[in-house]
Design a protein around this ligand. Structure first.
Ligand code: X2X
Length: 338
């Protein structure tokens, strides 16, 4: 009996001495996204899960929950749920987390980023680092930058070429008040709703239009819900961020943490390439597909864009104050030096 007891005590001490043993791992880790496959965003989430499984020899089993189903479709609650541990991992848009992390509104400042090189100058430069440091103080471990994309405006009623064309249009916008301000400044009637609610609202005509990256427009087949006009104005772009809840992260061995980080970087790089496919580097295939569906695609000259920039400048200035003038300055400098 004594021998058994001391053996047990010995085992208990050995267990205590081990750092984080695999036995403490969950059977399943839950990864949240707004959209699933075949949206580039959903492809990125699935790919991350797959690479994690491979690189940890199956020790970490991640399942993706698209449609932000872990928060009943309310994408603006995703970040809070992530902090609370209701969600273990996420590939989330800066827009959806900006109600909780005001600095992420940076990417929604109208006409801050003129091209893809400007997005990269932010996410791959000091601005990206500052934002990751900030997120790291909020119970999450940020690992990599992905991309939803430049958000182009569409509607069912007319080609938009000037701010006046926007007047009176009912527009579905996402969950940051900055979007309300931008569309109000343009004379439209913005109404905030989730992506889940947006599609029925478009099909019933409860709203006239919306703004989203063209990869979302095509995969969601928005031309079938009356969105006959798209204007390429590239007014904002939303990056995606690959993150893990901090407690979950700390429960993993350093070796597995490294594997999850590498998986995120690889999945994110592939995901950004997918998000830009048919839209960048002289490849306009996605635009051709959209036009082939009978949608009028309106391209703006620099002067035409300038009119939208001027009409939203006051919104930019007011929000730059809220986001933090230093961060905005850092972003403007990074973009100027790209
Ligand atoms: O709701 C949207 O418009 C979407 C899918 O682009 C985001 O989640 C930001």
């Amino acid at each position: 009996m004594l021998r058994v007891k001391s053996l047990l005590a010995g085992l208990a001490m050995a267990a205590l001495a081990l750092p984080a043993v695999a036995a403490e791992y969950k059977d399943e880790y839950r990864l949240s996204t707004v959209v699933g496959k075949p949206f580039p965003w959903g492809e990125g989430g699935e790919r991350w899960a797959e690479l994690i499984r491979e690189k940890t020899d199956g020790r970490i089993n991640v399942k993706m929950y698209p449609g932000v189903s872990l928060v009943n479709g309310d994408q603006t609650r995703e970040f809070t749920a992530l902090r609370q541990g209701v969600i273990d991992l996420a590939v989330g848009s800066t827009i959806n987390w900006s109600p909780q992390v005001k600095e992420l509104n940076l990417f929604s400042l109208p006409f801050l980023m003129p091209d893809y090189a400007a997005i990269d100058a932010l996410t791959k430069g000091p601005v990206g680092e500052s934002l990751f440091e900030l997120l790291a103080e909020k119970d999450v471990v940020p690992l990599a930058w992905g991309e939803n994309g430049f958000r182009e405006v569409s509607n069912s009623s007319r080609a938009i070429r000037t701010p006046e064309d926007m007047r009176g249009l009912k527009m579905r916008v996402v969950g940051s008040p900055l979007f309300n301000d931008t569309f109000t400044a343009l004379g439209a009637n913005p109404t905030q709703m989730s992506w889940a609610d947006a599609q029925p609202a478009l099909s019933t005509g409860a709203v006239d239009g919306q703004e989203n990256p063209l990869s979302i427009f095509t995969v969601a087949k928005l031309h079938t819900v009356g969105q006959d006009h798209v204007t390429l104005w590239g007014y904002v772009a939303d990056p995606l961020i690959f993150v893990v809840n901090q407690e979950v992260w700390e429960s993993w061995t350093p070796e597995d943490q490294q594997a999850v980080r590498e998986a995120a970087l690889q999945a994110a790089e592939e995901q950004v390439a997918l998000a830009r496919k048919g839209l960048a580097d002289g490849d306009e295939n996605l635009l051709k597909d959209i036009e082939a569906n009978g949608v009028t695609v309106t391209r703006l000259s620099d002067e035409e864009k300038e009119a939208f920039r001027n009409a939203t400048r006051a919104v930019y200035d007011a929000w730059a104050e809220r986001i933090g003038p230093e961060l905005v300055k850092q972003a403007e400098d990074s973009i100027a030096a790209r």
